[in-house]
Ligand binder design. Structure first.
Ligand code: ADP
Ligand code: MG
Length: 341
């Protein structure tokens, strides 16, 4: 009896001293924002924080998915050419950032790509190669300059009827930043957020060694990697031909579309990986640089701080900023590093 009491007290003591270690909660995953979102909280990881993070991710989806009828995007798109629509401040924040990248890339990245994305239907049951006249009909609707954002009134108006927003290239980055904000506020020191390949590592590992994060191999499905980056407090985001695509008559059609000709972007690249601080920016930028291509993309990069990039070309040569290769190990010798800049 007495010894049981003593063990009870000892357990109590351990629980109070190490509340986070007492009940380790394993990683959790849910399907949100069109992808598998996985979160691993270490040390003080607890169920309530997981719940808060996944609730927030679902909230972001419910505001920013173009496929949910009553999301902010659904309502903005239905009112295109008719009237301004009141939306959440989160939607304004993300849309403003998207427009910033549209401006930087002279429209290669464009959040008003909605009608073109719908026409191709890549990743949906309706995927198909559209006829040229269909592409010609929707291309004039893709124009970020016709997006009117009124921050004070918290409204968005699309000037042309038939226009449509799509935040698929940036919303997951915002969601990853939001997840880490919750992690930080909960006093958790180390976490790994992976929103369908939008990766964010927070803190250092327990032994103070950096995290080892695989860089997506663009020839294979998600999760396969061709090299490993050692990082701390960084986000890693890849855009490429592997993520969503379909094949027709032996030709592959992937999901990043050219705002110039309306077809999947072909800049001789298989993927672009960004290693940076802000996941919303890294997400927008990986799509932007993929769409711009190596030459224009590298010029754009010169104006950005704290941003490393790895370009993978169709012949499996790899180029990037010298900083990106400082803590990088190639693990697949089909790929060749041609140097940093
Ligand atoms: P993933 O969604 O695989 O992480 P990206 O972040 O590169 O990849 O986003 C691709 C998505 O962005 C597409 O599925 C589509 O919804 C949208 N999109 C496609 N082309 C463009 C473009 N030129 N500018 C902005 N968004 C785009
Ligand atoms: Mg992106």
């Amino acid at each position: 009896m007495r010894s049981t009491q003593r063990i009870g007290c000892l357990l109590c003591f351990i629980l109070i001293l190490f509340p986070g270690c007492s009940k380790p909660v394993p990683s959790q995953s849910e399907f949100i924002l069109g992808t598998v979102c996985s979160v691993s909280l270490y040390d003080r990881g607890r169920q309530s924080v997981y719940r808060e993070i996944f609730d927030r991710l679902r909230e972001i989806e419910s505001m920013m998915s173009a496929n949910i009828e009553n999301s902010d995007l659904g309502r903005i798109n239905r009112a295109s050419g008719i009237e301004a629509v009141a939306v959440h401040s989160d939607t304004i924040t993300v849309l403003k950032r998207a427009v910033h990248f549209a401006e930087l890339s002279d429209g290669a990245f464009d959040p008003s790509i909605g009608p073109l994305v719908k026409l191709w239907g890549i990743g949906s049951d309706a995927e198909r190669v559209p006829a040229e006249h269909e592409i010609a009909r929707v291309l004039p609707l893709v124009n970020w300059k016709d997006i009117v954002i009124d921050e004070t009134a918290s409204t968005v108006f699309l000037k042309q009827p038939g226009m449509g927003l799509d935040l698929g290239a940036i919303a997951k980055g915002y969601a990853a930043d939001e997840a880490v904000r919750i992690v930080r506020a909960a006093g958790i020191k180390r976490a790994l957020i992976d929103l369908g390949g939008n990766i964010l590592v927070y803190g250092a590992k327990r032994d103070h060694s950096p995290w080892r994060v695989g860089i997506q191999n663009p020839l294979e499905g998600r999760g396969a990697y061709f090299g490993i980056a050692e990082v701390e407090n960084k986000t890693l985001v890849t855009s490429g031909v592997y993520e969503r695509f379909f094949e027709s008559d032996g030709k592959r059609y992937h999901h990043i579309l050219s705002t110039r000709d309306g077809y999947p972007v072909d800049q001789g690249l298989l993927s672009v990986t960004i290693i940076g601080q802000s996941s919303i920016d890294a997400d927008a930028l990986s799509t932007t640089l993929f769409a711009l291509g190596y030459e224009k993309g590298s010029i754009l990069l010169e104006s950005l701080d704290n941003t490393e990039v790895i370009f993978v070309f169709a012949d499996l040569s790899v180029r990037g900023t010298s900083g990106a290769f400082e803590h990088f190990t190639l693990t697949d010798d089909d790929f060749k590093i041609m140097g940093g800049f």
